[in-house]
Design a binder for this molecule. Structure first.
Ligand SMILES: *[C@@H]1O[C@H](CO)[C@@H](O)[C@H](O)[C@H]1NC(C)=O
Length: 328
């Protein structure tokens, strides 16, 4: 009798544990309204927080002007939000000095959706995720991994830093892994969530955002862990765009074997001039080693991508059309 009760208790405990596990791994969803005509316009910037230095302020100024012109709905940050070592805590003045004080243009006072970069993981990660920052500056929103749904596009933001083996081995820097252990379980759950989200999505455009590159000709080059584990999921689920930072450049690489585009927007401040490796010219649509940012315009049938330099001049444009799926 006693054994049966004990077994029953153990079972309840396991079920409860499992439910908690599921609740934690479920990605948070946000709905973002589109314009009246269903279109969506946004800017993408990465690798920026340097208290205005290295042309961060100049890029911000041009983002404001282009943002106004395009009447943007939101901004995406591809991570490395605060150099060199993220935020110390929610009261770190870097939040004001590198974000609030820099992106002051009226057009940029829209929702920012931020992911974390490896430099952010060198500080207090929970600080960047904290609602306290959202109160200090309402445009700020940063989570590890999450989903933004709009009328015709679904954005899946993926926390890529914990995938990269070398950060777990290197001795020069310490990383705040407090929220992601056990690592294997965290990564497996995350990939499962990303896969099921993309699989269930009926959105016209599927867009995945992470800090790290999947494919890049810049200093950091490809991130092999993501090529091995994330890329097959993107390909299997017909993802249209993968957008990242990490390499401090502006770059577009097309896949030879799928419509997937790899877009690097990591030119928010310090750029890595002259640091580029050879890449198949059939796939390489743009490589620019200075500062700048990217815009994205989406309708139900078309996506337009434009890259801009520090003067707001257009460096490169790319478009793709999709037929309206016949409903009848
Ligand atoms: C700022 O941008 C200009 C124009 O591209 C460039 O000449 C200059 O070197 C940049 N400054 C820094 C600190 O990167």
């Amino acid at each position: 009798m006693f054994r049966v009760v004990l077994l029953g208790l153990l079972l309840c405990f396991l079920i409860a544990l499992n439910n908690v596990g599921l609740a934690i791994s479920e990605l948070q969803r946000f709905q973002h309204p589109t314009k009246g005509d269903g279109s969506l316009s946004l800017l993408v910037v990465g690798d920026w927080g340097r208290r205005g230095a290295y042309n961060q302020s100049e890029v911000a100024l041009q983002m404001g002007i282009i943002g106004e012109k395009l009447d943007i709905d939101l901004v995406i940050s591809t991570g490395d939000n605060f150099y060199e070592d993220g935020l110390t805590d929610v009261d770190d003045p870097a939040f004001y000095e590198s974000f609030t004080k820099i992106y002051t243009a009226p057009s940029l006072q829209k929702q920012w959706y931020n992911v974390l970069g490896n430099h952010d993981y060198r500080g207090d990660v929970e600080a960047q995720l904290s609602p306290v920052l959202r109160e200090k500056d309402h445009k700020w929103l940063c989570l590890r991994s999450f989903i933004v749904e709009t009328e015709m596009a679904e954005f899946v933001f993926v926390d890529t830093t914990p995938f990269v083996d070398k950060y777990f081995k290197e001795k020069e820097h310490t990383y705040d892994w407090s929220g992601i252990s056990p690592r294997d379980e965290y990564l497996t759950n995350l990939l499962k969530e990303v896969d099921s989200t993309l699989k269930e999505s009926t959105a016209k455009w599927k867009i995945v955002v992470g800090h790290h590159t999947i494919k890049s000709a810049g200093t950091h080059s490809n991130t092999v862990e993501l090529e091995q584990r994330l890329l097959p999921i993107l390909e299997a689920n017909d993802v249209d765009l993968y957008m990242n930072g990490h390499d401090h450049c502006l770059e577009q690489i097309s896949s030879s074997n799928s419509p997937l585009q790899f877009l690097t927007s990591g030119g928010g401040s310090k750029a890595w001039r002259g640091d580029v490796s050879w890449w198949n010219p059939d796939e390489m649509k743009l490589y620019y080693d200075g500062q700048g940012f990217m815009s994205l315009y989406l309708t139900g049938t078309k996506v337009d991508i434009v890259f801009y330099n520090v003067f707001g001049e257009v460096l490169h444009k790319w478009s793709r059309s999709k037929q309206l799926s016949s409903a009848v």
